[in-house]
Write a protein that binds this ligand. Structure first.
Ligand code: PMP
Length: 360
């Protein structure tokens, strides 16, 4: 087997250069003769890493000064609960736009804490399509409006911003963070688990506008309280230092590669190659409307679960890993996050062509 490509949806592949740097520094970080995971999170060198990682992340997304960047634990699911605990205020309710597994799960969790209204934005016919996203007339009644701009399981991405008037817009960007340019100032809060585009599992980034901090309901546990975490540099408890270190290397790597603009260009190129191939294929099909096709998670099926299983098994024999679709949907899914080189997509297409010739 010549080269292996990992299409896992998450935890997902990391940039090779980052893994190699971490390997080199593993037993001797910053000339300390210890690894980064063995030093105090409050020591000078680790605090320097923290400061640089926040500054690099701010630069990557051009995050305005009135936003805090928190590095928390508990995954995106932790935020499903933390968001209502911190953001539900005078209005006492929030609106969740749902159109897939993760947005629906976020709404379900939020219901433990507050009154939640839900609007299904997915128009399902023979294709999955997201309808018009104008909620400006109703959004005022809510403390915030939550949505998931990239549904990892179905591969449905929302490129237009929902119009929520002056209401606070909250986005779960777990599977498309840092994949393309966004205007952070349009959001009240953005959050993402690290394990797809930022680093390994175990750390969660929250970008939150400062005026939204400080209003948590009083029984909010300190680790979920944005004010407490913001005042303690996200260190009210011991942070996952090794995961944070790896994220900091990923940010530097992305900046050296040309930042988000360069990532977006590459991501659009990779996704277009794959979707163009799918569109002309007689064996495979993708069932997402063109304007909502995810740049990160490309789903496809032969329409026959037996043949899909054969595809996944033979792909693996050919060095193409983790192409099985999520169990709730079946079929196949190729996750092509920032770290996936274009060679990986080309190798996948070459295999798909061969499989189609043999099984079409
Ligand atoms: N939201 C989205 C969009 C996801 O893709 C995932 C994980 N696949 C989650 C939330 C849950 O993330 P975690 O496991 O970090 O809680």
């Amino acid at each position: 087997m010549s080269q292996v490509f990992n299409f896992s949806a998450g935890p997902a592949m990391m940039p090779k250069a980052v893994l190699e740097q971490a390997q080199q520094e593993f037993v001797n970080w910053q000339d300390q003769q210890t690894s980064v995971m063995e030093v105090s999170h409050r020591g000078k060198l680790f605090m320097q890493l923290v400061g640089e990682s926040v500054a690099d992340f701010r630069e990557l997304y051009r995050i305005p000064a009135n936003y805090q960047i928190l590095f928390l634990q508990g995954g995106a699911r932790g935020q499903f609960a933390a968001i209502p605990m911190n953001l539900i205020g005078e209005k006492g309710k929030a609106l969740y736009l749902t159109g897939g597994h993760w947005s629906a799960t976020a709404a379900k969790e939020a219901r433990l804490f507050a009154e939640i209204d839900e609007i299904n934005i997915l128009e399902q016919s023979d294709e999955s399509r997201v309808g018009k996203l104008d909620f400006s007339e109703i959004a005022d009644q809510y403390d915030y409006v939550h949505y998931c701009p990239n549904e990892t399981i179905s591969g449905v991405e929302i490129f237009d911003l929902p119009n929520v008037g002056n209401a606070v817009l909250v986005a779960d960007m777990s599977s498309n963070i840092l994949s393309r340019e966004i205007d952070v100032s349009k959001f009240g809060l953005i959050y993402a688990g690290a394990q797809k585009n930022l680093g390994p599992a175990g750390i969660t980034i929250v970008i939150v506008r400062e005026d939204l901090i400080g209003h948590a309901r009083k029984e909010t546990p300190s680790i979920w309280n944005y004010e407490v975490q913001s005042k303690s540099d996200s260190m009210i408890n011991t942070p996952p230092t090794f995961a944070w270190y790896l994220c900091s290397l990923v940010f530097k790597h992305l900046l050296a590669q040309g930042g988000i603009q360069a990532m977006e260009r590459r991501n659009r190129e990779k996704a277009a190659l794959l979707y163009d191939y799918l569109d002309q294929s007689k064996l495979y099909r993708n069932t997402v409307a063109k304007q909502n096709r995810s740049l990160m998670n490309v789903t496809f099926t032969t329409g026959d679960e037996g043949l899909n299983a054969k595809f996944v098994a033979e792909a693996l024999e050919n060095g193409l890993q983790a192409l099985k679709g999520h169990k709730v949907l079946g079929g196949m899914r190729a996750s092509i996050y920032n770290a996936m080189p274009i060679d990986g997509v080309q190798a996948l297409i070459a295999f798909m062509q061969k499989f189609e010739r043999e099984n079409g």
